[in-house]
Design a protein around this ligand. Structure first.
Ligand code: SF4
Ligand code: SF4
Length: 188
């Protein structure tokens, strides 16, 4: 039941706020830093020689509760190799109109191909531009990396890549490219 003291209580809140320190965020000129494990835009990672970690298995798409991921796997050949092993993700899309940035897809990925960056500025003006294609999600080529398709530079089979033999080899041959590659994965 309303009381005649209610307006006074309201003014009390205003009065207390007058003496609080002003917090002004100068966004977007100075974006506030987020926590290191903040779930932002996804990234498709690469091996230290530039081959893609994604093997087109679709586990991320099956794990997604929002049906936001579409993956199409294709066969690698010796003439056109994009990842170690048999298959690679030839089509990879994430629909950010649906994605709730929960990270379940990252948990499902068996090769650590998919991680999430800290990037949160995902707003755009059209629906189509919020469907990110593989080219939008792939990690950039770092020093020591070569754009696929190319052969397996860091081992004879995919097992060598997954066990990290390629990392050691790249460190020896590229003078630090591998460290950069390892650090390329997103925060979570
Ligand atoms: S973060 Fe969650 S909602 Fe977004 S694509 Fe991954 S599993 Fe789907
Ligand atoms: S990102 Fe990972 S889970 Fe998704 S298709 Fe590629 S390898 Fe499979």
């Amino acid at each position: 039941m309303p009381s005649f003291l209610d307006p006074l209580a309201g003014f009390g809140v205003s009065f207390r706020t007058i003496f609080k320190k002003t917090m002004t965020e100068s966004y977007p000129e100075h974006p506030h830093p987020v926590a290191r494990r903040f779930h932002g835009r996804h990234q498709l990672n690469r091996h230290p020689d530039g081959l893609e970690k994604c093997i087109g298995c679709e586990l991320c798409a099956w794990a997604c509760p929002a049906d936001a991921i579409y993956v199409q796997g294709s066969q690698n050949t010796e003439d056109a190799r994009f990842s170690p092993g048999e298959r690679y993700g030839s089509v990879y899309q994430i629909n950010y109109l649906r994605c709730i940035l929960c990270g379940l897809c990252v948990e499902a990925c068996p090769t650590r191909a998919l991680t999430m960056t800290n990037e949160y500025e995902l707003a755009d003006t059209t629906r189509a531009s919020l469907i990110y294609e593989k080219g939008d999600l792939l990690a950039p080529l770092l020093p020591g990396m070569e754009a696929p398709p190319h052969g397996m530079r860091l081992g004879d089979d995919e097992r060598a890549y997954y066990l990290g033999a390629g990392l050691v080899s790249a460190t020896n041959t590229s003078g630090g490219g591998a460290e950069s590659a390892a650090g390329q994965e997103g925060g979570s």
